[in-house]
Design a binder for this molecule. Structure first.
Ligand code: NZQ
Ligand code: ZN
Length: 385
């Protein structure tokens, strides 16, 4: 196992009716900005629960944070932050709202020329407003990690800073009952690929991380499809397991002390940036192709994945890997997400746009061995056609 330092400062409140905990989590003296998206929280009762919990606080709101949050939208929050002297951000939503809130919190304290430089120039975030979260869509892990992804024009970039790591997060599985099938699928697939980005690399004898990762994958394989069935549509145990699995998938636990890949995400961000494809659907298209192209480098972990996650004990290593790839694709299909570029109406002629985007963003050598060059990324995309 590699050396590491680990801290996760987010206090989690899990379970039904936990939104009320906001009252004690946010200091009474704070001026709170509630950040949310397009209004799903007004239809499912979450907005009401949040306003009840904040009834003794001074609070204001900023709405309209869109999926794949836009820099331009987020920058509009500055005016209300200055006017109302905001000193606490409460994000209520999915990954886009939480990521947007992180950017807003960092931009509010930014002293330089343009906060976009935090992403484009990798400028360090030296200060940010404190952030709390009410999670409404289990997927990204953003509620308890330090990462955020923001889009400006067609450029989608990520930043990471301990300054924007949420102080608390409320995980009430019942608020996820209003999700559409598409968003449930997206969440499960995103969490699944987060685990694989940290697991499907090469062995460093990190037994705890590996077993945790395998447990998360098996949970998502078991309960992901169940959440889409009529008989379990309102099953809070299923929703709760999916919610906790998605948080654990990207809260640092399984990623410490191990090599990490993230090339599926990096290539996927180009698909969202240029063509507006849902984040998770970019991953379900790229991942199987990436495994096919990188299977030699990943062989020992792929065999472990085949044996321990899919229970494949018969045949040669080649057979096991072939079958594990087939089962991964079948799982994505069961989750109703695409596994081919053609299924999202993209073809060979679009690959240049994606490769140009990777080049422009400096993604010239990605993956755990930094050997996925632009040529290899091209091969991956051609394999995904
Ligand atoms: O905006 P509203 O009206 O709230 O509707 C949202 C949105 O349209 C809706 N929704 C959320 N909770 C709901 C609900 N609808 C009904 N009931 C509920 N309870 O779902 C739609 C999608 O929301 P979004 O936040 O965009 O989804 P997700 O959580 O998948 O977030 C995706 C974003 O997170 C980034 C992605 O790149 C993408 O921009 N990621 C962030 C990461 C991180 N910070 O660590 C890691 C991930 O890999 C990912 O890159
Ligand atoms: Zn993701």
């Amino acid at each position: 196992m590699q050396n590491f330092s680990f801290q996760n400062r987010t206090r989690i409140h899990f379970g039904e009716k936990q939104i009320a905990k906001i009252t004690e989590e946010i200091p009474k003296t704070a001026n709170v900005l509630v950040v949310y998206g397009g209004g799903s929280i007004k239809k499912n009762g979450v907005y009401q629960q949040v306003s009840d919990a904040l009834s003794d606080h001074a609070w204001f709101e900023f709405s309209g944070v869109e999926p794949n949050p836009s820099y331009y939208t987020l920058m509009q929050a500055n005016a209300i932050i200055e006017k109302e002297n905001i000193n606490y951000i409460l994000a209520v939503g999915g990954g886009s709202v939480i990521d947007g809130a992180k950017f807003i919190a960092a931009a509010a304290c930014y002293k330089g020329r343009d906060p976009w430089n935090i992403l484009a120039q990798k400028e360090e975030v030296s200060q940010a407003l404190p952030i709390g979260v009410v999670l409404t869509l289990p997927a990204t892990g953003s509620e308890s990690n330090a990462n955020a992804v923001v889009t400006r024009d067609s450029i989608k970039l990520a930043f990471s800073s301990p300054q924007v790591h949420p102080l608390f997060a409320i995980l009430d599985p019942s608020v996820t009952l209003s999700l559409s099938d598409r968003q449930i699928s997206n969440g499960v697939v995103d969490a699944f690929v987060h685990v694989l980005e940290q697991y499907l690399t090469y062995k460093v004898d990190a037994k705890v991380q590996d077993r945790f990762a395998e447990g998360l994958l098996q949970t998502l394989i078991e309960d992901g499809p169940l959440a889409l069935t009529e008989s379990h549509r309102n099953d809070l145990e299923v929703r709760g397991n999916l919610m906790w699995a998605a948080t654990m998938a990207l809260n640092g636990m399984i990623g410490v002390g191990v090599p990490q890949d993230w090339s599926t995400h990096i290539i996927g961000h180009e698909l969202t940036g240029s063509f507006g494809i849902d984040h998770a659907r970019t991953l379900s298209v790229v991942l199987p192709a990436l495994i096919k192209i990188c299977r030699q480098n990943k062989e020992s972990k792929l065999v472990q994945y085949a044996e321990r996650v899919w229970g494949l004990t018969e045949g040669s290593n080649i057979d096991k890997i072939d079958e594990a790839i087939r089962l991964t694709e079948a799982f994505f299909e069961e989750m109703q997400v695409p596994t081919r570029l053609s299924q999202i109406e993209l073809g060979k002629s679009d690959i240049d746009t994606l490769i140009n985007g990777l080049e422009r963003n400096g993604m010239l050598a990605i993956g755990e061995h930094r050997d996925i060059t632009l040529d290899v990324s091209r091969k991956i995309l051609e394999t995904a056609l």
